[in-house]
Design a protein around this ligand. Structure first.
Ligand code: NAD
Length: 332
């Protein structure tokens, strides 16, 4: 099948090409660096499938364009699918498939990395030592043992994350409309969302972005949190109302903020903008806080995850070509 791959980076090309060459019937992969949007959709001319990533714009207009070109499948090479207008895709008869699971460990371990970095001020210590400054003022951390960590969303990633922090001796509480029995059996205490805010020392977000979770972290929720709470978001940027979080940082209600995702990341992340002026004033404000660490949507970025993403994405395409829809991970 001929597939137009959008938002391609060198590592996408490498892992997808390697996985494709291992297939008995390889696909014809056409790589494009540009994001998919209503204008660039024309690049899918002659392709039956497009392969997209987290910040491609799959709104109704782009989907209509793809339909006009004869595209029948959107193979997402990610787990989240909030970037796709699923209703429009369904109405147009376009199948949307995703990679439901590749490495929950990659994301969960990155969340832990953000926590330890913020707690022990590793981002500041790194620079101090390189400047011949070995003073410890301002680097004071806390023991993780016995702290209460809240996991919001206990699917694949949330479950791995809960296990990791239990290993550090943390007390784990969780909220999920569909609790995981295995976690409950292993000492995780499921509570109402309203009980998370006043109880948690650390809150980590692992739920999908949808209409129920949009701005889950807002001014009201922040007002109920423990003073000095640590907030970690490796889920999706839209889970957080960023101006409200900036307010929480300024009032010191939020003591630490670790982000791998940002609501307006589509204009920033995955690109080298070091020669450009930063135009996003909200993001610029976040960068001024010493107790904020931001990574550019890299939690998924491990060798194991990219290998699995490439293999599963191509398997989805192969199954679609063979009309084996039941073997695909279809989201619409
Ligand atoms: P998953 O589908 O296995 O788990 C999601 C869990 O969230 C489910 O248990 C679901 O019941 C729960 N949930 C749904 N609505 C909820 C709500 N309103 N409140 C609390 N929980 C709710 O997904 P996953 O593989 O664990 O991934 C979780 C999210 O992580 C993805 O949706 C994606 O947005 C994000 N993600 C980020 C990266 C990254 O690189 N930063 C990589 C992969 C996934």
């Amino acid at each position: 099948m001929k597939v137009a791959i959008f938002s391609t980076k060198p590592y996408d090309r490498e892992f997808l090409t390697n996985a494709n060459s291992a297939l008995t019937q390889p696909h014809e992969l056409v790589f494009h660096e540009t994001q998919l949007n209503p204008q660039s959709a024309l690049l899918a001319q002659g392709c039956t499938a497009v392969c997209c990533f987290v910040n491609d714009h799959l709104d109704a207009t782009a989907l209509q364009q793809l339909t006009n070109l004869g595209v029948k499948l959107i193979a997402l090479r990610c787990a989240g699918f909030n970037q796709v207008d699923l209703v429009a895709a369904k109405n147009l008869g376009i199948v949307v498939a995703r990679v439901a699971e590749y490495s929950p460990h990659a994301v969960a371990e990155h969340a832990l990395g953000l926590i330890l970095m913020l707690n022990r001020n590793l981002h500041r210590a790194y620079h101090r030592v390189r400047e011949n400054d070995y003073s410890l003022n301002g680097l004071l951390g806390f023991d993780m043992v016995n702290k209460t960590v809240a996991v919001i969303g206990t699917g694949k990633i949330g479950q791995v994350f809960a296990k990791i922090v239990q290993g550090l001796g943390c007390r784990v509480i969780a909220y999920d409309p569909q609790p995981a029995p295995i976690l409950a059996a292993n000492g995780v205490n499921y509570v109402a969302l309203s009980d998370i805010w006043p109880t948690a020392d650390i809150i980590s977000l692992h739920c999908p972005l949808d209409k129920n979770t949009h701005h889950l972290i807002n001014a009201d929720a922040i007002s109920l949190m423990k003073a000095g709470v640590m907030l970690i978001n490796t889920g999706r940027g839209g889970l957080i109302d960023t101006p409200a979080v900036i307010g929480g940082l300024k009032s010191k209600k939020i003591g630490y903020l670790g982000l791998d995702v940002y609501e307006e990341e589509g204009d920033l992340f995955f690109e080298d903008n070091s020669n450009l002026l930063l135009q996003d004033d909200v993001f610029a404000r976040l960068l001024t806080f010493p107790n904020v660490v931001i990574t550019g949507h890299q939690a998924f970025f491990t060798r194991e995850a990219l290998t699995a993403i490439a293999a599963i994405t191509l398997a989805n395409i192969t199954h679609f070509e063979r009309e084996e829809l039941s073997q695909m991970c279809i989201v619409n």
